[in-house]
Design a protein around this ligand. Structure first.
Ligand code: NAP
Ligand code: MN
Length: 256
């Protein structure tokens, strides 16, 4: 029997929906929190990301299905009012798995963290100066609050708030965007976001990362005393189980 788990946002509506879904799915599937084959998320895109981070070490064994309490999301194919359609689909359809690579971030060549949406190096306490290298070639010295590097999936998240481009689904690229870069007569950096090929390696090097944070999706850690953050698409990917096709433009229009 296939195993499943539900990860839900802790609001009353999502709790109730999770309860109902658990009862119904248990008729044919087996609940297993430690080794789920299917992971249902109820909430928003944020809940989906949280669930992926939770099962980050066993992503090759888990397929994710998102249910949205609200409008459609980028990771969520079913509305809360369509829960019975979802149950019918799970019991009767094969579904197709759509895979998407995570970002792999390496700090000082030893610690690794992963992100589905983006990684950000941010310093709100003082001007962050860092050198940006792409595949070991220096692009520029950047000054400002920070840098956001996103995946295709993350292009509609933080990246969009810093005027990065939205990237159509299926394009395996990464994008670098500045977060409040300083541009005046003496200091200039590219300014515009840049989209890079899937095998690109982005390296952010600084003499002083004190006060800076490395944010990966909704996680963060301090970069004090560190010197280098390297970022590239990972071999680790998230599997999204799709039982029906929701057009990318529909998702965009329903959200923005
Ligand atoms: P969160 O509350 O979980 O998410 C913040 C908002 O971003 C929510 O409205 C969430 O949608 C939306 N979101 C997340 N991933 C998205 C995606 N791929 N496309 C479109 N919208 C997306 O906040 P968090 O836990 O701190 O961080 C999770 C993610 O939220 C981060 O990876 C970051 O991209 C994003 N975020 C954005 C900003 C910003 O734009 N200024 C600030 C903080 C965080 P739902 O309501 O559907 O969950
Ligand atoms: Mn949403």
């Amino acid at each position: 029997m296939k195993t499943f788990v539900i990860v839900n946002r802790p609001d009353e509506q999502s709790e109730n929906l999770a309860q109902y879904l658990k009862e119904e799915l248990s008729k044919k599937l087996e609940w297993n929190e430690d080794k789920p084959e299917l992971c249902f998320t109820i909430g928003g895109d944020g809940t989906f990301i949280y669930a992926v981070q939770k099962y980050c070490d066993q992503l090759s064994d888990v397929s994710f299905i998102g249910i949205h309490s609200g409008t459609l999301g980028f990771f969520t194919d079913y509305l809360n009012t369509e829960i019975d359609d979802l149950i019918t689909d799970v019991f009767n359809k094969e579904g197709t798995i759509v895979e998407s690579q995570l970002l792999e971030v390496t700090i000082d060549q030893n610690e690794k963290v992963y992100a589905l949406n983006e990684m950000r190096v941010e310093n709100s306490s003082r001007t962050q100066i860092l050198d940006i290298y792409i595949n070991d070639e220096k692009l520029e010295t950047y000054r400002g609050t920070g840098i956001c590097v996103c995946t295709q999936l993350g292009s509609t998240a933080y990246n969009r708030s810093v005027q990065g481009a939205i990237i159509q689904e299926g394009l395996p690229v990464i994008q670098i965007a500045e977060i409040a870069g300083i541009h005046h007569r003496e200091f200039q950096s590219l300014g515009s976001p840049i989209v890079l090929k899937e095998d690109s390696i982005v390296r952010l090097v600084s003499d002083n990362y004190d006060g800076a944070l490395l944010c990966t999706d909704s996680n963060s850690r301090k970069l004090d005393g560190k010197a280098e953050v390297v970022c590239q698409l990972s071999r680790r990917s998230v599997r999204m189980m799709r039982y029906r096709r929701v057009s990318y433009l529909e998702r965009l229009k329903s959200l923005f």
